[in-house]
Design a protein around this ligand. Structure first.
Ligand code: ADP
Length: 160
């Protein structure tokens, strides 16, 4: 049987414990999880593409089930180029659902072979978003319980 691969795309500015929890749980259901870091240049990130990439890389450096790739432009084009068919997205709120539902249907319309799997957030992390974390860190609050240690240190350096 061929190995099962699921692609977890996102902007990860920065990666949070909400994201890493989704990845960890997905490794229990799939042989391999590919974190696909978006290069989308229309957004104005706090962390550069290289910084976001380096953070994710070091978090998963020793995890052979998780790899990190990057893509630019449409997710569907990247999936087609790499012959991936399965996408993972996390859900926190009803507003997440509306957006994700729309994206999944749009992707399926562009390529009927692509399937999107949704994983419900762990209730512990349901309030966590990259945006909220940046705001708390900017105002000098502690995000130690919300992001991996390395991300916490990078945030502290950014706002020192
Ligand atoms: P994007 O800009 O593509 O939405 P994000 O990096 O914000 O990228 O998020 C990537 C995915 O992770 C999305 O499916 C998002 O809903 C999910 N996600 C983000 N935060 C959490 C969380 N705390 N719990 C579960 N899923 C999350």
């Amino acid at each position: 049987m061929s190995e099962s691969v699921i692609v977890y795309p996102g902007f990860f500015d920065p990666i949070t414990l909400g994201h890493t929890n989704i990845v960890k749980r997905a490794t229990g259901a799939f042989d391999r999880v590919v974190i696909a870091l978006s290069k989308d240049s229309s957004k104005d990130p706090l962390f550069t593409f290289e910084e976001r990439h380096a953070l994710i890389d070091s978090i998963y450096a020793t995890n052979r089930q998780v790899s990190v790739e990057t893509f630019e432009g449409l997710l569907v084009h990247y999936l087609e180029k790499k012959s991936y068919r399965t996408v993972l997205r996390g859900l926190r709120t009803v507003s997440d659902f509306e957006y994700e539902f729309q994206m999944a249907l749009a992707n399926k319309t562009m390529n009927a072979e692509i399937e999107t799997f949704f994983m419900m957030t762990d209730s512990k992390y349901s309030f966590i978003s990259s945006t909220l974390i940046k705001e708390i860190a900017r105002l000098g609050g502690s995000v130690r319980e919300m992001v991996p240690g390395m991300v916490c240190e990078s945030l502290e350096r950014k706002f020192a």
